[in-house]
Design a protein around this ligand. Structure first.
Ligand SMILES: C[S@@+](CC[C@H](N)C(=O)[O-])C[C@H]1O[C@@H](n2cnc3c(N)ncnc32)[C@H](O)[C@@H]1O
Length: 495
């Protein structure tokens, strides 16, 4: 790894001895900030080890012992360069006059970080260029330091607007230009457009692409029954930057600062305040609040890991006198579910089985009054949260996922009690994973009836919810609702 010997133990970079390069006199040495080194290492982790940036970042930041300011800088650098990769690669290609595939991957990562500093941050051009050149010498091919210098200087000479104009001029199609400018793979852009078009909102595409590129505000869920409500929690923790904003009645938003401090500032029992997207909160509440809970009801969360929605279901079950079984195929993720429900543990049993197998459902005769199928999906609805995700997914992933979604739903429907309610949820707006899956399910199971999830959500939401189109299911959007793009369908079994 590139990080090995370069810290002095206090998070400051160690000066490399001049003789180490063995290349004679050079320009005066430039210090590289530890944040840049950490960001570079995260880009390598993502590329070499298929790491998730949101896990690699905190671990690298801890390892380098960065303080809060440097940790923030490392996060902005790495997340920004990963998210903006498609656009930055196109700009690098135009500035270098060669395809990014012809550039060594280490050098390309140095250039992406440099491009993000020049075009996406307010870093002074000389600092962005000089530190990138030094970074190249330190972690990649020192002979290409002149190349890095030339490309970044060329990038810095034009503004964002000029680069976007050039991207447009050189693109073969308008979609190719939009994909590059918005840093989305073209197939993802088309899928998002199709989903918006199905609601009559194709004109919102650029706003959505922009929202995907903005880091989301941190949302917390104040679980019901905690003895504090979301409004009260926001009021008591206002100095920690909290406000009771957003669509979920459980939701509290953090304008900035540290979520851990904000959670601590809310005086609630441990485990009852959790970081969670408000779309996820609404999806869980759509199932629990679609009709009054009858004490003794049995609920099942079929795909529970890591347990965000399970925690909301568990709190609601506790309030209403229901019991909840939470199933997750991966043992490791089932353990995360156990931790997530620590605040409401009394109401929840956590098990680990394949949701298509009978064992996931307990006894042979067990049926459930409410089932949540929050299915494994492409995750195209959470692109703003996972900066590298859009480059990992492929259209060829879709058939495997949609087959699994259908099989999980078929198995769940078999265990739905007469009159029982099933919520099908995805964190993807891709029509193949949303409406197509639900329509096919309804074709296969004539005893199922789709309910108006949009009416249910409007009844739950704290503020007016703009839900477009005329299908009974609800699609939330980052640009319109400030949530991940959650899809929610409610299905009832005839009694
Ligand atoms: C979208 S995530 C669920 C998120 C979760 N409901 C939450 O809010 O935190 C889907 C989960 O389904 C699990 N999964 C995948 N295949 C499964 C299967 N065959 N049976 C049960 N769970 C499965 C995945 O491991 C993953 O944890």
């Amino acid at each position: 790894m590139s990080g090995g010997d370069r810290n002095d133990g206090r998070g400051r970079p160690r000066r490399r001895p001049a003789e180490r390069s063995g290349r004679g006199p050079r320009a005066p040495r430039v210090e590289i900030s530890p944040a840049r080194l950490v960001a570079y290492d995260v880009l390598r982790d993502v590329e070499d080890r298929d790491a998730y940036a949101n896990l690699a970042l905190p671990s690298r930041i801890r390892e380098a012992r960065l303080d809060g300011r440097d940790a923030g800088l490392a996060t902005e650098l790495a997340a920004g360069a990963l998210r903006g990769r498609g656009r930055y690669d196109r700009i690098i290609e135009l500035a270098a006059g060669r395809s990014s595939e012809q550039i060594d991957s280490r050098t390309l990562n140095v250039l992406r970080l440099g491009a993000h500093q020049l075009l996406g941050m307010r870093t002074a051009a000389h600092a962005a260029v000089n530190e990138s050149v030094e970074l190249q010498r330190r972690v990649a091919n020192a002979n290409a330091a002149g190349f890095v210098n030339g490309v970044l200087r060329a990038i810095g000479r034009s503004s964002n607007e000029e680069w976007d104009r050039r991207i447009g001029e050189e693109a073969r199609t308008p979609d190719e230009a939009l994909a590059a400018r918005s840093s989305h793979p073209a197939w993802v852009l088309r899928a998002l457009r199709d989903a918006l078009r199905s609601e009559g909102r194709e004109h919102e595409l650029e706003a959505l692409l922009e929202a995907d590129n903005a880091p989301p505000r941190v949302s917390l869920a104040v679980l019901p029954g905690a003895g504090v409500d979301a409004e009260g929690a926001a009021a008591t923790a206002r100095e920690a930057g909290l406000s009771a904003d957003g669509a979920s009645p459980l939701g509290v938003e953090l304008a900035g600062g540290d979520p851990v401090r904000a959670v601590a500032a809310i005086d609630a029992r441990e485990g009852l305040v959790r970081v969670q997207d408000q779309g996820s909160q609404l999806a869980a509440l759509a199932l629990t609040r679609s009709r009054p809970v009858v004490p003794g009801e049995r609920w099942l969360d079929l795909c529970a890991g890591p347990g965000g929605k399970t925690a909301v279901l568990g709190a609601e079950a506790l309030l209403g006198g229901a019991s909840l079984r939470a199933n997750e195929v991966s043992e490791h993720r089932a353990e995360l579910v156990r931790r997530a429900v620590a605040g409401v543990a009394g109401a929840v049993e956590v098990v680990s089985h394949d949701g298509r197998e009978a064992s996931a459902y307990g006894d042979r005769s067990s049926v459930y009054d409410r089932i949540l199928v929050d299915a494994p999906c492409s995750g195209l609805g959470a692109l703003r949260r996972r900066p590298e995700a859009r480059w990992r997914k492929q259209p060829s992933d879709l058939p495997v996922l949609t087959a699994l979604q259908g099989e999980l739903l078929d198995a769940a429907v078999e265990r739905l009690a007469p009159g029982g309610m099933l919520a099908y949820v995805t964190c993807s707006p891709h029509l193949a994973e949303t409406r197509v899956v639900v329509d096919r399910l309804l074709q296969r199971h004539s005893g199922l009836r789709e309910l108006d999830a949009r009416r249910v959500l409007r009844g739950i939401a704290r503020a007016e919810l703009d839900l477009a189109g005329d299908s009974p299911s609800a699609q939330l959007w980052p640009h319109r609702h400030g949530t991940d793009a959650m899809f929610i369908a409610l299905l009832e079994r005839g009694s």
